[in-house]
Design a protein around this ligand. Structure first.
Ligand code: GTP
Length: 158
């Protein structure tokens, strides 16, 4: 379990256990890889981030993850696995978010990328994300660092 504060000084708790905070989280975030690169999206207001969003009614969190990747990047998920879960205790709402790791088979052209400008592929996530204006606040807390480390270990094992 990791505890830290986010860009807005909200308390964040992250765990790599199996759904420690909720079996039924309402938010998802998907760390994506395609063709040997990281696949992000450029949110029109927030900037660069891994795709994600809210779980809709009548959909599982994993289904939401697959849908959000397609909507925000055009990416078709080849494989996806649960990584961990985090809870953000905000000033108003408290949100619980599942993190997934997905391999993307192909990028399809979308008519709309919703609130984003679509896919952005990066060979490397820069080390200065926290100070980099191009990046979304979602990328600016230690969820990113811990999840990238966890995924790196898993990928080495496989
Ligand atoms: P909509 O306008 O309905 O999309 O919702 P919202 O803007 O109120 O945001 P949402 O319900 O998604 O999240 C509520 C608050 O939780 C946000 O304002 C953020 O402060 C925080 N939050 C959401 N997702 C994340 C995240 O991935 N990381 C961190 N640190 N905070 C988040």
């Amino acid at each position: 379990m990791y505890r830290f504060t986010d860009y807005y000084r909200n308390d964040v708790t992250l765990s790599f256990d199996d759904h420690p905070f909720s079996r039924d989280p309402k938010h998802v975030w998907v760390i994506c890889r395609h063709n040997g690169k990281w696949l992000l999206t450029k949110h029109k207001e927030r900037g660069l981030e891994f795709p994600g969003g809210k779980v809709e009614e009548n959909e599982t969190a994993k289904e939401a993850a697959i849908r959000e990747v397609k909507e925000e990047t055009g990416g078709i998920v080849e494989s996806i696995r649960y990584v961990g879960q985090y809870i953000v205790a905000g000033k108003g709402a408290t949100i619980i978010k599942n993190v997934y790791f997905a391999e993307i088979r192909e990028l399809t052209l979308q008519g709309s990328y919703y609130e984003t400008e679509g896919p952005v592929q990066l060979a490397k996530i820069p080390t200065n994300v926290k100070r980099n204006m191009q990046y979304s606040f979602i990328m600016k807390d230690d969820v990113l660092k811990h999840c990238m480390k966890f995924i790196g270990k898993q990928r080495k094992r496989n």
